[in-house]
Write a protein of this length. Structure first.
Length: 464
């Protein structure tokens, strides 16, 4: 039996975003947890400083929804109670593939998305996690450095109001997002740099919130026109229904075709996408906000799991490991799944035991690899995206994915398997299993749809 007289373990989480909050919830079962957050977090579902991507469309795929519910039971119902919506894929999705096909819609309760603003998602998760008295939050506090040496991290050095102090910790988790300074911290401990890769399609985003037009406030599908990497520039867009009877509309374009910041240019850009359906649907929608833009959308990955040397007492999760082009919507799901990996490791091994941190890093790399493959498999083909051209393997895999997408557009059985991968419930290797190969090369195929599968009722609701 555990020694209940022994002092509790201590843990520090760097970053108070979604990944950091979920990691703190897991660690609280094993330690007293302190979250160190640089900014002042909002009280409620309002924009957060330092998170510009929150203003653009977010989709939590079913793999991420399941992970979120595993980590915080009941939180999905709490989100739905505050306006989020469970959206069934494919019945609630109108989607045009990068290669041009429109996917058919059909009822399938196996795959869902959770639709809401990022502000609401973060606020509900934050409130739920901070109900735990084993977790404390130190805001407006900067992480200066790691304490310890190349063999073990023993805590962190922090600065708040120009005052420096140290926090001891048996385990430090960096969930600081794209701005993570872990490479520098590890270098200061005497550790060699880790391998990195950047694939930057040069995508720029512009988003605007609209009051849902007509009678579309409830039940209107996601409408998604995906960019084609074989076109230069590539352009795409998405309408995401969110809480409060609103549409969050995000438009995107690669180098030379990025949407501008002007309100007057937003709908004309949407009309020039590979299909004008988004621009058409916006004709009767009333804008609630001005256009906001973002240009920092590169896929960037740090291969911490492959480091030759790794200190005990430290691990990196979420976008601090890998950030993805947001257009694919897998970043949140990968982050939630990486925290599930943290939980599973700590259920088997004490957080202070030798090798625990390396096991956490390797386990968290699996969902990262899945999301990375899905994003880079498309973006690497845009001109200038990478210093190295696509490898023969990447070209061959991309050609096969095109065939799999074509099969999914023509055969619902193939589409269900494709959705297993896109929803991050199965790894990309699922597409290479014998049943999928048979559907791709031998299966019965319906003719392609000629246009977006919106019903007459949906079109009338939006434009009438």
């Amino acid at each position: 039996m555990p020694d209940r007289s022994a002092p509790r373990r201590t843990a520090v989480v760097i970053g108070g975003g979604m990944t950091g909050m979920l990691a703190a919830a897991v660690l609280a079962d094993h330690a007293d947890v302190t979250i160190v957050e640089r900014d002042l977090l909002p009280d409620g579902p309002r924009p957060r400083k330092g998170l510009p991507q929150a203003r653009h469309a977010h989709v939590l795929w079913s793999g991420g929804v399941k992970a979120l519910e595993e980590l915080l039971p009941g939180v999905v119902d709490r989100l739905v109670g505050q306006g989020a919506r469970r959206s069934r894929i494919m019945s609630d999705l109108v989607s045009k593939a990068p290669s041009g096909q429109w996917f058919r819609r059909f009822g399938d309760a196996r795959h869902i998305n959770l639709l809401c603003s990022r502000d609401l998602l973060d606020a509900v998760i934050r409130a739920r996690v901070l109900e735990d008295r084993r977790i404390s939050l130190r805001q407006q506090t900067e992480l200066v450095s790691l304490e310890g040496d190349a063999g073990r991290v023993s805590g962190v050095r922090i600065r708040a109001a120009d005052t420096h102090s140290a926090l001891a910790a048996d385990l430090v988790i960096d969930a600081g997002g794209r701005g993570s300074r872990a490479p520098g911290w590890l270098r200061d401990l005497g550790l060699p740099p880790v391998a990195e890769r950047t694939v930057d399609a040069g995508v720029g985003y512009a988003s605007r919130i609209y009051r849902a037009p007509g009678t579309t406030a409830d039940g209107f599908p996601i409408v998604n026109v995906q960019a084609d990497p074989r076109q230069n520039p590539g352009r795409g867009g998405i309408i995401t229904p969110i809480e409060g009877g609103r549409w969050l509309v995000t438009l995107a374009g690669t180098r030379g075709g990025q949407p501008g910041p002007g309100n007057e240019d937003f709908r004309p850009f949407a009309l020039k996408l590979p299909h004008p359906v988004i621009g058409e649907l916006l004709a009767g929608a009333e804008p609630e906000t001005d256009v906001v833009t973002t240009r920092s959308t590169a896929n960037k990955r740090r291969y911490y799991e492959k480091a030759a040397r790794w200190p005990d007492g430290f691990a990196v999760l979420g976008e601090a490991v890998a950030g993805y082009n947001p257009v694919y919507g897998h970043g949140l799901s990968a982050a939630a799944q990486s925290v599930v990996a943290l939980r599973d490791v700590l259920r088997r091994q004490d957080l202070r035991a030798p090798g625990t941190s390396r096991r956490i890093q390797k386990a968290a790399a699996r969902p990262v690899e899945n999301a990375w493959s899905l994003a880079v498999g498309q973006d690497v083909f845009y001109p200038g995206a990478s210093e190295q051209p696509p490898t023969r393997l990447e070209r061959n895999l991309a050609a096969f994915v095109d065939k799999a997408v074509d099969a999914g557009a023509r055969n619902p059985h193939a589409l269900r398997i494709l959705l297993d991968v896109m929803s991050m419930e199965k790894p990309p290797a699922r597409l290479l299993m014998p049943d999928m190969l048979a559907l791709v090369y031998l299966g019965r195929k319906k003719p392609l749809l000629e246009g977006p599968p919106l019903t007459e009722h949906e079109r009338a609701a939006a434009t009438g």
